[in-house]
Design a protein around this ligand. Structure first.
Ligand code: AHM
Ligand code: MG
Length: 332
């Protein structure tokens, strides 16, 4: 029989209550950040509903346009972008939005103190085949004083300037995981109640692991260092696990221990993933969980962005695995 205290622990704390209880950990305007997290949670519930209808109504498949990276946009990419933009625009706390789906940033022309970078639906080419997908978000403080127009100073901030980040995983259940720089907590969505409940308190990634996630089909175009690391994984009986959906691969490695690598390839000479709205959020989160994120040479959070849609090689996961990969990358 499950004792009462455990039930209370697992089903008693909603995301809303948790945010309220922990507001004082945030050194800036705590109410505003809390509202942003609530807005993101709300939009994610709408996206979750739409993702779950894929196949029943005409929302699957490409829309016939491409995003800034040249990737085909899916109908649900666009829908998710609209949902998150709408939720974050209404509150007035956010002054600018950066999204994978829009060429330039959107200046909301208000007195909001925060800038949001978001990939509304990552891994969306997986939608048609019912594979897990995700939303990734970063929250930054505005740098330009309120009353003045947003500039590049607000938009091109280093990952270490983030005040919060997180992701939503639309998987076998829907999970929201976030950090405000005081550890990492995960919440599972209870759809009949329409609420997220704390299910993964104080998440920590195992220091070491045995799983590596990389698109090995591209290995002919990897550097010698990456090939060496893969060889090391195989000779040490590691397991390969690659979903091809960043949030899902990242989440599994966070829980079980592992490393995710998207290196430079012939097709993507600077790597495929985007620094501002994919890698920075996950790098902030993994460091908060005790792990590590690097491009092979530099800590992801220390990279100075020069462009909104800049790409970077990305190695993220358990501390010891990332350190070993870095060592082989830099000696080969
Ligand atoms: P997207 O932003 O266009 O969805 O692309 C990002 C996705 C990641 O979710 C995933 O890890 C990676 O691309 C997979 O790329 P590949 O198919 O080259 O292995
Ligand atoms: Mg993406």
């Amino acid at each position: 029989m499950i004792e009462a205290s455990r039930i209370a622990h697992s089903i008693g704390i909603t995301l809303d209550r948790f945010i309220k209880n922990n507001q004082d950990q945030f050194q800036f305007a705590s109410g505003e950040l809390s509202q942003i997290l609530r807005d993101i949670a709300l939009a994610s519930k709408v996206v979750n509903r739409e993702v779950n209808k894929a196949g029943l109504i005409d929302i699957m498949g490409p829309i016939g346009t491409s995003n800034m990276g040249g990737e085909s946009q899916q109908k649900l990419d666009i829908l998710a972008n609209i949902r998150f933009t709408r939720a974050l625009t209404k509150g007035g706390e956010v002054c600018a939005l950066i999204s994978e789906e829009t060429e330039s940033y959107v200046d909301l022309n208000n007195e909001g103190k925060y800038v949001i970078a978001i990939d509304p639906l990552d891994g969306s080419s997986n939608i048609d085949v019912n594979v897990s997908i995700g939303t990734i978000f970063s929250v930054y403080r505005r740098k330009t004083p309120v009353g003045m127009a947003i500039t590049e100073r607000d938009i091109l901030q280093k990952g270490s300037d983030q005040v919060a980040s997180g992701y939503i995983l639309y998987g076998s259940s829907t999970l929201l995981v976030y950090t405000t720089g005081h550890g990492v907590n995960g919440f599972t969505y209870e759809s009949t109640l329409g609420e997220y409940f704390l299910s993964h308190p104080n998440m920590e990634i195992p220091e070491d692991g045995k799983m590596y996630s990389i698109n090995e089909g591209l290995s002919n175009s990897f550097s010698e260092g990456v090939k060496q690391y893969l060889n090391y994984c195989k000779t040490n009986n590691y397991s390969a696990r690659y979903i091809g959906s960043l949030v899902a691969d990242f989440h599994r490695n966070l829980l079980k221990g592992g490393i995710y690598i998207y290196p430079a390839t012939t097709q993507h000479v600077h790597g495929k993933l985007r620094l501002t709205y994919e890698c920075n959020a996950l790098a902030f989160l993994i460091e908060q969980a005790g792990g590590k994120a690097t491009d092979g040479l530099t800590r992801i959070l220390d990279i100075e962005p020069k462009d909104l849609h800049q790409r970077t090689p990305f190695l993220v996961g358990s501390m010891k695995m990332v350190e070993k990969a870095e060592q082989l990358l830099n000696t080969t």
